[in-house]
Design a protein around this ligand. Structure first.
Ligand code: NAD
Ligand code: TYD
Length: 350
């Protein structure tokens, strides 16, 4: 039986990957290792927690001894590494936390895998999940592809770039079999309401201001989270070892246009007057080091593995909004307590 370790499986993307693997591969033993930080939530996995091929392990990838012990005890064959500090705004106020988890935590996993697998790398894999933000920013035109030079601008993207380099270096130096994928902005159910889309959905529900950074003309390429999970499944099973895949939605939006679309759909769903939510838009001081534009050329994964997004942005956004409206308890639980401190510091105190 193949033993697959998924790190960060209680988070946004990780929970969708865990669910997909547990449901699609009953003959795999799926382990979810997660420290349950503010972003990790076992409520995301309630439907599969009792599955016979699933085990949750509470643990911190920053603790090298603990990680070594887990690898020795469970003898994992393959790793899908998603655990990370993932929010750019938090990386601006506490960059060191990002170095600890994203760089040192990744190193601890790489070392444990190398130690366990060193006598025979056959049928072993370290699959590292990364972001398109490592490539820095684009101007008005052009797309990131797998050969674009790394040029990270935020502490978050610098920490992810560093971890990508270490994964590749372990492949070159020790022959550790790896795959890396770099994906564009995800959205969908279970995303913590600090990122643009769930934050704004929550604020619209509560009639709170919608804080748009700068002039709102920053561009992102958005992908529905389940399409990312499907791409990860494909790259895990069929990806070429020691290679990189870019994953994106072929779906660029300027923030302000996206926010206006979100407002329009939410007004309908909430039976509010047309234009009611747009009135909540407030332009605020720009994020420092704000990358102007991200856009992915996903033709390699399309050609090699036959992947393409399965839902349009309008369909994905509608599914996402419906999920948040149906799961107000989830939203209430994650926005109580510490969230209030974060929100005040990020949007009210400054
Ligand atoms: P998230 O913040 O929702 O979840 C991160 C998970 O990692 C949480 O469950 C958290 O508890 C866990 N975690 C954090 N620190 C840990 C530690 N020290 N030890 C063990 N677990 C720890 O993040 P996400 O948006 O789901 O992103 C998952 C991965 O995908 C990250 O590596 C991120 O860089 C990458 N990524 C995210 C996006 C996006 O748009 N969200 C896009 C491309 C790539
Ligand atoms: P975010 O969801 O933080 O993702 P990333 O910075 O990793 O791309 O932000 C997406 C875009 O939305 C980005 O250009 C910043 C902008 N944004 C706002 O204008 N206001 C906000 O409150 C947030 C969280 C983001």
């Amino acid at each position: 039986m193949m033993k697959v370790l998924i790190t960060g499986g209680a988070g946004f993307i990780g929970s969708h990957v865990v669910r997909l693997f547990v449901n699609r591969y009953p003959d795999y033993e799926v382990f979810n290792l997660d420290a349950l930080t503010y972003a990790g939530n076992l409520e995301n996995l309630g439907d599969i927690e009792d599955a016979s091929n699933y085990t949750f392990l509470k643990g911190d990838i920053n603790n090298a001894l603990e990680i070594d012990d887990l690898f020795k005890k469970h003898q994992f064959d393959k790793v899908i590494h998603l655990a990370a500090e993932s929010h750019v705004d938090r990386s601006i106020s506490d960059p060191l936390a990002f170095v600890r988890t994203n760089v040192i935590g990744t190193m601890n996993l790489l070392n444990a895998a190398k130690e366990l697998w060193k006598d025979n790398f056959k049928n072993k894999l370290f699959y590292h999940i990364s972001t398109d933000e490592v490539y820095g920013t684009l101007g008005e035109t052009g797309l990131f592809n797998e050969n674009t030079a790394y040029d990270p601008n935020s502490p978050y993207s610098a920490s992810k770039a560093s971890s990508d380099h270490f994964v590749r270096a372990y492949g070159e130096t020790y022959d550790l079999p790896y795959v890396i994928s770099n994906c564009s902005n995800n959205y969908g159910p279970n995303q913590f309401p600090e990122k643009l889309i769930p934050l704004f959905i929550n604020n619209i529900i509560q009639n709170k201001q919608l804080p748009v950074y700068g002039d709102g003309k920053y561009t992102r390429d958005w992908l529905y989270v389940i399409d990312h999970a499907i791409a990860i499944d494909l790259a895990f099973h069929q990806g070429k070892t020691k290679s990189t895949y870019n994953i994106g939605g072929f779906n660029e939006w300027q923030n302000i246009d996206l926010v206006k679309l979100l407002c329009k759909i939410m007004d309908k769903k909430l039976d509010r007057a047309e234009g009611a939510s747009e009135g909540l838009i407030t332009y605020i001081k720009d994020r420092p080091g704000h990358d102007k534009r991200y856009a992915i050329d996903a033709s390699k994964i399309n050609k090699e593995l036959g992947w393409k997004p399965s839902v349009t942005f309008e369909q994905g956004l509608e599914k996402t909004i419906d999920w948040y409206l149906k799961n107000e308890d989830w939203l209430k639980n994650v926005t109580s307590g510490k969230y209030q401190e974060y929100y005040t510091k990020q949007y009210i105190a400054n």
